[in-house]
Design a protein around this ligand. Structure first.
Ligand code: F6R
Length: 608
């Protein structure tokens, strides 16, 4: 989604802005731009190409104060005229993430007041509004605050003025924004990874904050306009964690990082001898004692993690669990239950629909909330009473991989802790599961050895238009996740079905051109699954089966077997995800798509 970087310094900030944008590329964008104050003028450069193109175009641009942006189109098509920064009367420049809901009314008012519009964006109204207040003799800070008071919607903004050579104003409401504190220079960004090149000293802004920055200092004002202090935190993100290293794509790197990501997420638990509710926060024990059911809310891949967790939670912890897509729940009339634990799952912690769903659940009088999230300072973590952080490290590829498997690991911990608190876990079982969790990173590492085999297999998919994924029980959501991965990065239409549903409709699609990918763990449903696979074979369908070692499904004409190294019991969905990620990755490579930045998609979906 859109990204913001800004810098005010005693040196040329253009290389800093460009490097920052490069590090935000992973969020997904369709145009980019920057503006600097240069000798009393605003110099703006924009491009609909990649940041590399913007870099070429700004080769001769210099300035000590500037703001920059990668745009993911919401209002107005991707084009240079719609790219940020937007400028009013050559004097005020603005970059913006979020959506201004009342922009049409504001646009009419501003047009009538003599402000010509040169884009179709909602952002341009912000630039003109600030200009209108600025032209009345207000300072840039006061003018920005006055303009923000007229906006309805969500925003993170950066503002500069041609006659303020050492000043940036920034503000956030509903979209993330942070400050970077340097030595005689200060920065703003929507994501900490953009600033690691220049500083690790980070101030996370709160809802409604407005900030005035110069190269020497910054002042933060809260939503009431009071000057406030916010803690400076040292970011622990390493530069390497956001760099590609030896890999061809971030997605490939992140698939390979899964053993370590799982080990990091499970570290505190695996080093202890027993499971305690405290890993979810100080209030967890009391909360877990008070709940009678669970509602999981999430989007996309994170929603699939929730679907797996439902099987675990009902089976092992004996607690009723529903899972709902956040964008549906937030607009539906539902029956609130104050004893229900609301679990939100999100890699970014900023997904607008998940955030709105959580707020909706709370507004309905459901106080027990838990966030499972990969970003410690994110909105969802701040809004939830309890939290468990996945420690996957930054995920740059748009297609979620290591975030998903670590979410599953976290949800398994939740299951075990709840099972224990409900007296459904004996000491022996607890020790056995802890041992299985300790073994999980090594087991994931072994699955990665399938990579060359899957790379070869992928060649058979490159010319296919459609694919069907089958799974049963715990592995049905993994089939859904496999289908989502394949469609989002290879653009092959893929659907997932519980294998038992096949003959209720989708079997009609099966012929030699429809590859059918099946997940075949050695679990209680194996024999049923085998019958479903026979139904596919009997119709001439080509089967690709990811089977555990002892399933006795044999490679014959039309059945390709990828043998998984071992069966992992309840943790099997985590391991079975990995070959499906690899399959999607290598099919996308075959098709030559932009693996890390698939068309039309963005990393953090911070708009509805
Ligand atoms: C797919 C993918 C998306 C995200 C979804 C939710 O690979 O990454 O479906 O899972 O946009 O994002 P988070 O988890 O950040 O809330």
């Amino acid at each position: 989604m859109c990204g913001i970087v800004g810098a005010v310094a005693l040196r040329n900030v253009v290389p800093i802005l460009l490097e920052g944008l490069k590090r935000l590329e992973y969020r997904g964008y369709d145009s980019a731009g920057l503006v600097v104050v240069d000798d009393g003028h605003l110099t703006r450069v924009r491009s609909t190409g990649r940041v590399a193109d913007l870099t070429e175009r700004s080769a001769t641009t210099t300035g000590y104060t500037g703001i920059a942006h990668t745009r993911w189109a919401t209002h107005g098509i991707p084009s240079e005229r719609n790219a940020h920064p937007h400028v009013s009367k050559g004097q005020i420049a603005v970059v913006h993430n979020g959506i201004i809901e009342n922009y049409e009314v504001l646009r009419s008012t501003l047009t009538a007041a003599g402000y010509p519009f040169s884009s179709d964006t909602d952002t341009e109204v912000i630039a003109h509004l600030i200009h209108r207040h600025y032209a009345r003799g207000n300072s840039l800070l006061v003018a920005t605050r006055a303009a923000l008071a007229e906006l309805v919607g969500a925003y993170a903004i950066g503002v500069i003025a041609s006659d303020c050579p050492d000043q940036i104003i920034c503000a956030r409401r509903g979209s993330p924004l942070l400050l970077g504190v340097g030595v005689a220079e200060n920065f703003i960004a929507s994501d900490v990874s953009a600033l690691l090149q220049v500083t690790r000293q980070i101030v996370y802004l709160e809802e409604g904050d407005v900030v005035e920055l110069t190269h020497q200092a910054y002042q933060i004002y809260d939503k009431q306009g009071n000057q406030v202090e916010r803690a400076v935190q040292t970011s622990e993100l390493s530069n390497e964690s956001v760099e590609l290293g030896l890999y061809q794509h971030y997605m490939q790197k992140e698939i390979h990082e899964q053993p370590q990501a799982l080990a990091n997420t499970l570290e505190s638990v695996c080093n202890s001898q027993s499971l305690v509710p405290g890993i979810f926060g100080a209030e967890a024990a009391a909360t877990f004692a008070d709940i009678d059911s669970i509602l999981i809310l999430a989007c996309g891949t994170s929603y699939h993690a929730g679907l797996v967790a439902r099987y675990w939670l009902e089976d092992l912890a004996g607690i009723r669990c529903n899972v709902e897509v956040a964008s549906e729940y937030r607009y539906r009339s539902s029956v609130p239950n104050p004893k229900q634990l609301i679990v939100v799952i999100s890699q970014s912690g900023e997904t607008a629909d998940t955030q709105a769903a959580l707020n909706h659940a709370k507004a309905l009088g459901q106080p027990h909330t838990l966030a499972i999230c990969n970003v410690p300072e994110s909105a969802l973590v701040r809004l939830s009473k309890l939290r468990l952080l996945t420690r996957a490290g930054p995920e740059i590829g748009v297609a979620s991989t290591k975030a998903f498997t670590t979410q599953l690991a976290a949800l398994f911990l939740l299951t075990l802790v709840l099972a224990k608190s409900r007296d459904r876990l004996s000491v022996r079982q607890e020790q056995q599961y802890l041992q299985e969790l300790r073994h999980l990173p090594a087991a994931a590492q072994k699955v990665l050895d399938l990579e060359p085999l899957i790379a070869t297999l992928a060649t058979q998919f490159a010319d296919k238009q459609h694919a069907l994924f089958l799974g049963r029980g715990l592995h049905y959501p993994i089939a859904m996740e496999g289908a989502l991965k394949l469609k989002e990065i290879s653009y092959i239409h893929a659907e997932a079905y519980p294998a038992g549903e096949l003959k209720h409709g989708p079997l009609a699609l099966v012929d030699k051109d429809m590859p059918v990918i099946s997940i075949a763990p050695n679990d209680a449903l194996l024999e049923k699954l085998k019958s479903n696979l026979q139904e596919v074979r009997a119709r001439g369908g080509e089967l690709y089966v990811f089977a555990d070692a002892d399933t006795h499904i044999h490679e014959v004409d039309g059945i390709h077997i990828m043998q998984m190294p071992e069966h992992a019991g309840y943790l099997s969905p985590i391991l079975h995800t990995i070959p499906l990620q690899l399959l999607a990755y290598y099919v996308a490579l075959q098709k030559g798509t932009d693996v890390d930045k698939p068309r039309n998609l963005a990393k953090s979906v911070t708009v509805e």
